[in-house]
Write a protein that binds this ligand. Structure first.
Ligand code: PEP
Ligand code: MG
Length: 581
């Protein structure tokens, strides 16, 4: 009988195939109390399992095909580093000692502690890093429990053309599974920003995550259809449904090859307006994806990722190397490097920073506020960015500005960093552009004042929406209120675009809204000329731009802005998207 289920689609495309079920994620673990004299043996058993886990990861790393995106080995290296970190190599040992318990249980306890820390984090990307902890711990527990062979050892012939069904897929397993020609996958856990989801998107493999209890409803060898965009799953489809989805699959493939032809083509509207399309990156390795779509440059380099998953902070030299790598590999295309956006809840182990965890971390000491409080951390970053500017066009972007005083303090520190580099006789671009993110309502309302002092503005809609609507962007309970087209949000975006026009200051948008195909025409109509987004959205957005006429969209956008009725706003936006404008 046909059965329909719905999860969260994380990568576009349709997959049709038979299920291969796997058990990869968290295990059911019980606690055993050990006699004291067996504790040293248990500790030895634990360390032996750690060694095997490391060896497995090293083997996986060696087997990564050349065709895999370069960020894949970064996932594996992160897991290797985690195994060496005292939080996973020493703390469980202490737990075994203190509780006289089995190693599996000690790992479970430590996993819970670490997961809680990650769950408190404000950034959705970092929050899903808790999955990495779970994946690493599970790998060691499987070894301790001598469970059946790991999923990566399943023969390729059993995976080709199949749809994987698992409780969860660790990125290290995903690397191997996804290079065996699988058609798609479904997991019961995981989020849209998990490494596995990122990998699936970069490889164009349709996937669905967060389909709770999927393994209860779906069976090995059953034929299913998954729609990676809508999150729809159809099990045991009838002929009619199969035909419908096969057509959708063919249409999508055609659409993709059409998109590929847009690579390198100008991003210009029908009324001949040039629109800049930049990419957002998090690590130097992301440049591969940027090049794959020939983005005009990097509009947001989230540098805080250099500081995560490690026990020390990268110093000036290490940051310089990373920034220079990005700048050089872009061959003259501009790179906008955002200064640190770490928050009170995102302290990095061993950084030496102190501070209490506040109840409202999003409103606390994060981003530029933290940087100004801790110049010893901030100034080396400014110097590293400045030094990288000797190798190609670089811009500095300041996150979370809320008043002009903060800005003048940052400008003062940039001057001091320049002075020191001059003394050291190190090269940099003395005229480096400095811009600010408009992501706090106060900054949007004062956008003209910021524009007078800055070389460019960039609208961070992820935070702008959060702060305008007073909803925590990571709190599932208020997620339903997160609305990019709330009239107040649109007014603030319009104010910022207008301030840019008035002062002749370029305005870009680098929040998720800029890569969301539903809002491109509205933003074009509002006068936005620069967009920065995840590379995977870029060609789709370019297609919309090439099919749009900003002159005809502008009056409709004005109508949207005059409206305060959400339903009407949505209707008008849909009209903009449907019409041949
Ligand atoms: C934003 O807030 O829109 C943004 C781009 O910054 P982040 O998502 O890194 O906070
Ligand atoms: Mg932000």
């Amino acid at each position: 009988m046909t059965l329909s289920l719905k999860g969260t689609g994380i990568s576009n495309g349709i997959a049709i195939g038979k299920i291969v079920a796997m058990q990869t994620g968290e295990l059911e673990i019980s606690e055993y109390v050990l006699p004291k004299h067996l504790v040293p043996d248990e500790i030895e058993r634990f360390h032996h399992a750690l060694d095997i886990a490391k060896q497995q990861l090293k083997d996986i790393n060696q087997g990564i095909p050349d065709s895999a995106p370069s960020d894949i080995s970064a996932f594996i290296n992160t897991h290797l580093l985690m195994l060496d970190d005292s939080t996973l190599s020493k703390v469980p040992e202490q737990i075994i000692n203190e509780r006289q318990c089995n190693a599996e249980w000690a790992l479970n306890m430590q996993q819970k502690t670490l997961v809680n820390v990650f769950e408190e984090m404000d950034d959705p990307y970092l929050r899903t890093r808790k999955d990495d902890v779970i994946h690493v711990v599970t790998r060691v527990q499987r070894i301790l429990l001598e469970l059946e062979k790991h999923p990566h050892e399943i023969p390729a012939s059993k995976l080709r053309g199949r749809i994987i069904l698992a409780d969860d897929i660790a990125p290290s397993d995903a690397v191997l599974i996804m290079h065996q020609g699988i058609a798609g996958f479904i997991t019961e856990h995981g989020g849209t920003t998990s490494h596995t989801a990122i990998l699936a998107r970069s490889l164009g493999i349709p996937g669905i995550v967060g389909l709770k209890s999927a393994r209860r409803y779906l069976e090995e060898d059953e034929t299913i259809i998954i729609d990676g965009e809508s999150g729809d799953v159809v099990a045991s489809p009838d002929e009619y449904t199969l035909k419908h989805y096969r057509k959708k699959q063919r249409d999508y493939k055609r659409f993709l090859s059409e998109l590929k032809t847009l690579k390198g083509k100008p991003s210009r509207t029908k009324d001949r307006r040039n629109i800049k399309l930049h990419a957002n990156i998090e690590l130097p390795e992301d440049i591969t994806a940027v090049k794959r779509v020939a983005a005009a440059g990097v509009g947001l380099y989230r540098t805080e990722f250099l500081f995560m998953n490690r026990t020390d902070s990268p110093g000036e030299e290490e940051q310089f190397q990373a920034y220079r790598k990005v700048v050089k590999s872009l061959n003259g295309a501009p790179v906008t490097i955002r200064t640190l956006d770490l928050g009170a809840d995102k302290q990095v182990d061993g950084s030496g920073r102190t501070g209490t965890v506040t109840t409202n971390p999003a409103l606390g000491l994060r981003a530029v506020r933290l940087c100004l409080r801790e110049p010893a951390m901030f100034v080396p970053q400014l110097k590293a960015i400045l030094r990288a500017s000797a190798y190609g066009p670089v811009k500095i972007m300041i996150p979370m500005l809320s008043n002009l005083n903060e800005l003048s303090q940052v400008l003062q520190l940039i001057d001091e960093a320049k002075f020191e580099l001059k003394q050291r006789k190190q090269k940099f671009d003395n005229k480096i552009a400095v811009g600010g993110m408009i992501e706090i309502p106060a900054a949007a309302i004062s956008a003209s004042a910021f524009a007078e002092e800055l070389d460019f503005l960039s609208i961070g809609t992820n935070d702008l929406i959060q702060y305008t609507l007073a909803i925590d962007r990571i709190d599932d309970d208020v997620n339903y209120l997160y609305d990019p087209v709330h009239p107040a949000v649109l007014k603030l975006i319009q104010m910022t675009i207008d301030a840019g026009k008035k002062t002749n200051t370029p305005v870009s948008m680098c929040g998720e809204m800029a890569g969301d195909v539903r809002y491109i025409r509205l933003l074009l109509g509002m006068g936005l000329k620069e967009f920065s987004m995840h590379p995977s959205s870029l060609l789709r957005v370019k297609k919309i731009i090439k099919e749009s006429n900003t002159k005809e969209l502008a009056p409709l956008a004005r109508r949207v802005l005059r409206n305060s009725n959400r339903a009407k706003i949505v209707e008008l936006i849909e009209k903009m998207n449907q019409q041949n404008l």
